[in-house]
Structures are given as structure tokens and as C-alpha cells.
Design a protein around this ligand. Sequence first.
Ligand SMILES: N[C@@H](CCC(=O)N[C@@H](CS)C(=O)NCC(=O)O)C(=O)O
Length: 229
Amino acid sequence: MSGKPRLTYLNGRGRMEPIRWLLAAAGVEFEEVYLETKEQYDKLIKDGFLLFQQVPLVEIDGMKMVQTRAIMSYIAGKYNLYGKDLKERALIDMYVEGISDLMQMILMFPFSPPDAKEKNLDSIKERATNRYFPVFEKVLKQHGQDFLVGNKFSWADVQLMEAILAVEEKVPTVLSGFPQLQVILLLNMVYSGARGQSQSDHLPMLCKSHFCGCNFSLTCCFLNLFLGV
Ligand SMILES: N[C@@H](CCC(=O)N[C@@H](CS)C(=O)NCC(=O)O)C(=O)O
């Protein structure tokens, strides 16, 4: 093994996508294995890689980690994206869990039956606009800092950035009533883009699917996604 974390999942965003975002924002290069056959999956189970017979699987620091939330906590802790004390962690956990609830709706969206697509899209827009984004708009406005917790870039910022981009992809005007989020998104993109500068071809899939084709980096990806350049 190269020493880089190895991510095993299907060739899609799904539950692995926030893990990719976190690693990319931490500036950590990773390898990916895409499961294409049932035999590959069965072999992982047989060889004892999947504790609960489920992916995502992340091999990191000699561990075979499963359970998305546990994997992300480990990465956030390891790369100093998880607050300075228990109270900051608690806040980051609350923000991350809230955003995960919104992301769950986006995760399930592709499986909507055709006659429910429009209704489900409206629900995503409604929840983002009325429940989740106002929370972060208010937090940022109240403390006047560039990051959600402790005036320092954290897992919560990464998760929020991913969620905003994922919702915007479906509802392009969704940020129009959220001026703080617009500014913060840009700042965070530049910040995590700079950290992820060394990334080569391993990026979140959301980046890849929008990518313009110049040299891969998180900064290019963000410019492409956000500014359309
Ligand atoms: N709680 C787990 C859920 C993982 C999960 O449901 N994985 C799906 C793929 S996205 C899976 O492996 N399903 C096969 C199964 O449950 O048998 C996590 O967050 O990682």
C-alpha cells in the first residue's frame, strides 16, 4: 500500500462523497477502488474487510474503517478539523449532523420514482431555504467570523460547502437570500482549495462531474463550479 488512504466504494458520490471532500479539503491524497461486481464485494466480506458487510470502506493508518460518521470523525480529528475542545466538537457535531440530514435528501433523490422527482426537488429546496441554510446564515452573521466554529476552518465548513454546492447544482438560485453564505462559500473554497493544491486526480466526484479540463486541483474545481470559469 502507498500509505495514502484507500477508499473503496461504488463509482458514485453516495456516502463516500463527504469523505472525499474532507480528505481533499485537508490536502490529503487518496486512492480509490470502485466496486463493479458482486464478486468484488463478496470477497471483501469474506476477507473480513467489511465489519457490517457495508461500504464505504476506508483503509487508513492500518485500520479497515467502516461507518461514514466514524470515518469522518477520525479524519477530522487527525487533520485538525475537529475543534480545539469538547464544546467546539459538540458544535461541529451538531452542524455536521444537521447538514447530513439535508444531504440525506439529496442522496436519496436519484432513487425517486419519476412521478415524485418534482415533489422531492421542491422538498430539498424548501428544507435548504427554510430550515438548514438560515441556521448557518445566522451563525455567521452573529459572530462575524469567516468560519462556523472557533474562527478556524473545520469539518463543519467542509460539510456545509459540499451541501451548498450539491443543493445549488439542483436549485441554482438557492443562495440568493443568503449573503453570508455566498461570501463564506467563496472564502472557504479559496481556503480549502489552497490546502488541497497538491491534489492531482483524486477529488470529490461533484468536482469531477463539473470539471472544465485544465489541471486538476480543488481551486480549479471551485472556480469552475462557482464562477463558471
Ligand atoms: N451506517 C452505514 C450505512 C452504510 C450503507 O448503507 N452502505 C450501503 C451502500 S451506500 C451498503 O453497503 N449496502 C449494502 C447492505 O447494507 O447490505 C454508514 O453510514 O456507512
